[in-house]
Design a protein around this ligand. Structure first.
Ligand code: UDP
Length: 470
């Protein structure tokens, strides 16, 4: 059916990169659009498609939108060997390009615009241009870091990267808006490694440059990232800061908030939290991608134990598949006081909102950071790679919502920072994070910046639809 001829609502095709948090975040945006009356096709690659459709309640949740939401499968044709890290991003992107083109050519007459993950921009801008469909993008990352990566050519030109010498505390001067704040150690891990020809880094750097050529829908709010948004705005055809997505959605859907989780959540930890005193538990999670070594795992475990605090710990991915046999037998065994609770996957938003949680030891993934802010939970940052290194710096030094322990994560440091956030500086961090939570909540309420930006986005999509009908 041709929406440009029939009198149907505008139709947006969303295309996430097939990794957990990318899908999770774009699904939230999809729902914000559906809620405002648009039609959405959510295009996802094979494995993610089958998980979403068969193993989650997402499809039935979207039934409420009377047929305005549908999933479409993009067959990527990848072999199991192509699905392993670090090959996966580049093999997926290479496989996806021709198939994405086929989808656009076939759907062209009914699609008002497409919204793709920044990771796809290396090919999607050209394909959309050739087919003649308007394109916008969504970076599933912190906009301030996106801006920093956009500055890479300038940093190279200024001789700031590759780094000269091994001092990682040297300040980086050529990221406008962040002068005097960002050290070499806070930049993307690819830059630290000095390998600018790394294929995955090329996709990220190219994506950041391409993103500034199209309109961007950002999971942030004006009051949080003003300096970066001002820089991006001055170079980009248009930006819509409509986040935090999850809180924005909550204001529209409460009390029936869906869990779009692609993994099965262990709900028993909520009952365990119910038994714990107010603000006594530190929640520990490293998201869906970060991988730990046996040594890191042990240091973390000792640090948590030695802090004397109760902890709820989502087991991370561990590089050594035999790790359970390599560590001392007492590891993972709950101690007599029952202070530790270890789960495979938690209902994170619910955990962070629980009154027993007083701190979050996080890898500083962007979604986790926003979720912690909104829930008013101070953070201890142990970043692993990518934008996490930049975000942790902002959390500690700009927003002052916690501590950044990057590059120093041994058991003594962990014990000390847990005590600092949960005890000695608790009031200071609680006050700062409560204020930020309030700003985030105001942003998504009627009259707030993200609320108004979403209105503007919907109007702009509607006018694209009208233009195409003329
Ligand atoms: N998450 C979850 N349960 C867990 C751990 C993580 O639901 O046990 C969710 C979390 O709420 C967040 C996402 O997974 O929305 C992780 O995204 P983030 O950007 O923080 O990190 P990434 O996985 O991309 O490294």
């Amino acid at each position: 059916m041709n929406s440009k001829v029939e009198n149907l609502p505008p139709h947006v095709l969303l295309f996430p990169f097939p990794a957990h948090s990318h899908v999770h975040s774009l699904l939230k945006l999809a729902e914000l659009l559906c809620h405002r009356g648009l039609r959405v096709t959510f295009l996802v690659a094979d494995q993610t498609h089958s998980r979403l459709v068969n193993d989650t309640a997402v499809r039935s949740h979207f039934d409420r939108y009377s047929g305005r939401f549908r999933f479409q499968n993009l067959h990527d044709g990848l072999l199991p060997k192509d699905r392993t890290v670090p090959e996966f991003p580049s093999s997926f992107l290479e496989a996806a390009k021709p198939r994405f083109e086929d989808v656009l050519v076939a759907g062209k007459s009914s699609i008002t615009c497409i919204i793709v993950d920044v990771m796809m921009l290396s090919f999607a801008v050209d394909v959309a241009g050739q087919v003649g469909v308007p394109i916008m993008c969504h970076p599933n990352s912190c906009p301030s870091d996106l801006w920093a990566v956009r500055c890479v050519p300038k940093l190279i030109e200024a001789g700031e990267i590759p780094f000269q010498g091994g001092d990682l505390d040297v300040l980086v001067e050529n990221i406008p808006g962040f002068e005097g704040l960002i050290r070499r150690r806070d930049l993307s891990s690819f830059l630290r490694a000095g390998d600018l020809s790394d294929k995955n880094f090329q996709y990220i750097a190219n994506g950041a440059c391409q993103a500034h050529r199209v309109r961007m829908i950002l999971n942030t709010f004006e009051e949080l990232e003003g300096p970066a948004l001002a820089q991006i705005r001055s170079r980009c055809p248009g930006i819509y800061a409509v986040g935090p997505f999850h809180e924005h959605l909550k204001t529209k859907l409460a009390p029936t908030i869906p869990s779009n989780n692609l993994k099965k959540e262990d709900m028993s930890c909520i009952a365990w939290l119910d038994e714990q005193p107010l603000r006594s538990v530190i929640y520990v999670s490293f998201g869906s991608i970060a991988v730990m070594s046996n040594d890191q795992l042990l240091e973390l475990w000792h640090g948590l134990k030695n802090s004397g605090k109760s902890f709820l710990w989502v087991l991370p991915n561990v590089a050594d598949k035999e790790w359970k046999n390599q560590l001392p037998p007492e590891f993972l065994i709950e101690d007599a006081s029952g202070k530790g609770n270890i789960v495979a996957w938690a209902p994170q938003e619910e955990v962070l909102a629980h009154k027993a949680v007083g701190g979050f030891l996080t890898h500083s993934g962007w979604n986790s950071t926003l979720e912690s802010m909104v829930a008013g939970v101070p953070m201890i940052c142990w970043p692993f790679f990518g934008d996490q290194l930049f975000i942790s710096r902002l959390v500690a030094e700009v927003w002052k919502l916690g501590l950044d322990m990057k590059d120093t994560c041994d058991r003594v440091v962990i014990e000390n920072v847990v005590k600092e956030v949960m005890e000695t500086r608790r009031e200071e961090f609680m006050q700062a994070v409560d204020q930020m939570a309030q700003l985030a909540k105001n942003a998504v309420c009627k009259g707030g910046s993200s609320y108004s930006n979403l209105d503007r986005l919907i109007e702009d999509i509607r006018s694209l639809d009208n233009d195409s009908k003329e």
